[in-house]
Design a protein around this ligand. Structure first.
Ligand code: NAD
Length: 474
């Protein structure tokens, strides 16, 4: 833990190196690039909360990286490890992530230096509400200004507390619910947010492995069926990414967790491993699998696709030479260091970068924000109408052909889209478009060799265009 500030510093340093590297492939003016790179506002606050009989002082951070589009958006982390550099790195990534997947927000991130496990639910509520109040005071939260979301150590519960606090201070803001996303569905949240990041990762991987030209380059066959996958982290992102890959026919051969990892070349059932770990609090000794007490070693085992979905700085120059995967699909933020990436590219490993691959969460958060501003659930107005129209169409086809369609088939055909269908459709479209845009930038532009540089270039160009249109830089 004592080395954590250095880790935040390294993380931010790597983000800046990735940026500088990509900037070389653009022709924008130096000053404009500086503005695009820098974090626009950094707010650090120390606030007191009564915990039992004592007053404890907490450090809260909010970084708004870029206001080229508003509101700015990014999660709030509750962790003892939070530091300003880490939050700056994550806020910067958010700006480019939003730009790459065409979500019209600037990037931000926040955190409170607190270990949530050490506090009761009531105490956490007090800490969360007090931090929200500090943000309200500084005008650093609001549906038009800055819209946080969950991250490490926070979830729908904390987002509901923040929304309620904001609404209490701003009773005249009819869009108050849009001041945070990732809320519970009954409190202005949206169906499909929980699994959005993992599902987005799956859509990105699927689009990539269906691309024959790209698969030929790394010597891999097309399609998800039979692809051997290793996942690091069986949390929200890793669990859903693994599950959707498994459903599409991939074989999950390895899972690395905090306490160790397991590998079985015949395949692991994701749900069964998840339930096993839930019961024993331990992933090791899962029946039929080989144990790895050094969890990082799992990442070096035979597979086609490696999904690091736990935390930053996991693939470094130390273990990169031993990675056997042909594709690294970054579920976590910043799992690959700058130096490791050079080694991986040299080994002809295709990296699907965090910058776009884990953008499913923010994409669906955007849909949630839109739902809050429109004050109506997606699909509510048109679902029955669509079903009625399709029903008439099917009946007409039956009449013309003289053949009847059975009830089950009819119900599939006439199904009108409800919220979850529309959310998934929007997410799928976003991830497919972003994957192809990045391949196009890498393949046809300026000698770029990897998708991370392509993603940064895409983001830098979009921000430069935005500043240009705003008239800030004539
Ligand atoms: P989570 O807390 O739900 O899951 C993280 C998992 O990783 C946990 O199961 C934890 O035990 C495990 N883990 C921790 N240290 C580990 C280690 N050293 N080795 C192996 N496993 C370890 O968090 P999450 O929401 O799934 O987020 C994971 C990563 O994805 C983070 O980098 C986060 O910033 C990023 N991310 C999350 C979202 C989202 O919507 N949740 C969106 C974009 C990016």
């Amino acid at each position: 833990m004592s080395n954590q500030p250095a880790s935040g510093q390294k993380f931010y340093g790597d983000v800046l190196r990735y940026f500088e590297n990509a900037a070389r492939y653009t022709k924008h003016e130096k000053g404009l690039l500086e503005q695009i790179k820098i974090c626009n506002s950094i707010y650090v606050t120390y606030f007191p909360v009564k915990i039992g009989d004592n007053i404890e002082v907490f450090e809260g951070i909010r970084v708004q990286h870029s206001q080229h589009k508003t509101p700015v958006k990014g999660g709030i982390r509750f962790s003892e490890m939070v530091d300003v550099d880490e939050v700056k790195a994550l806020a910067t990534l958010m700006t480019f992530k939003c730009a790459v997947v065409n979500v019209p927000f600037g990037g931000a991130k926040g955190g409170v230096k607190v270990d949530p496990k050490k506090y009761s639910v009531q105490q956490l509520e007090k800490i969360t509400r007090r931090f929200a109040t500090e943000l309200i005071r500084r005008d650093m939260i609001g549906p038009a200004v800055d819209v946080p979301a969950p991250d490490y150590g926070t979830g729908p519960r904390e987002m509901a507390w923040i929304a309620d606090t904001y609404a209490a201070f701003r009773p005249d803001d009819i869009n108050a619910m849009g001041c945070v996303t990732g809320k519970p569905v009954g409190q202005g949240g949206i169906n499909g947010r929980t699994e959005a990041t993992g599902l987005g990762i799956f859509y990105g991987i699927r689009e990539c492995v269906n691309n024959k030209e790209e698969m030929d380059k790394i010597g891999m066959g097309t399609g998800m069926a039979g692809k051997r996958v290793i996942v690091q982290g069986l949390g929200n992102v890793g669990y859903y990414a693994a599950k959707f890959c498994e459903e599409a026919g991939a074989v999950i051969v390895g899972i690395a967790e905090y306490e160790g990892g397991i590998y079985n070349k015949g395949g692991l059932n994701v749900e069964e491993v998840f339930q096993f770990r839930k019961g024993t609090k331990y992933i090791l000794d899962y029946p039929g699998a080989k144990n790895f007490t050094n969890t990082l070693e799992v990442l070096e085992q035979e597979c086609d696709i490696l999904i690091p979905a736990a935390l930053e700085n996991q693939i470094t120059e130390n273990n990169a030479p031993r990675i056997k995967a042909k594709i690294i699909a970054e579920g976590a933020n910043g799992p690959t260091t700058f130096d490791a990436e050079k080694i991986l590219i040299e080994k002809n490993i295709l990296i699907l970068p965090d910058l776009y691959l884990n953008a499913g969460g923010v994409t669906v958060s955007y849909f949630e924000w839109l739902r809050n501003l429109s004050h109506v659930r997606f699909g509510r107005m048109e679902r029955r109408f669509e079903e009625g129209s399709m029903n008439k169409l099917v009946s007409t086809i039956e009449k013309i052909t003289g053949k009847s369609i059975d009830a089950k088939e009819r119900s599939v055909l006439i199904h009108g889209a409800d919220e979850i269908d529309l959310v998934r459709s929007g997410l799928e479209d976003t991830m497919i478009a972003a994957t192809n845009e990045l391949f196009a930038i890498r393949n046809h532009n300026r000698g770029i060799k990897d998708l991370r540089t392509a993603a940064f270039v895409s983001g830098i160009d979009k921000l430069a265009a935005s500043y240009g249109q705003l008239g800030v830089f004539p």
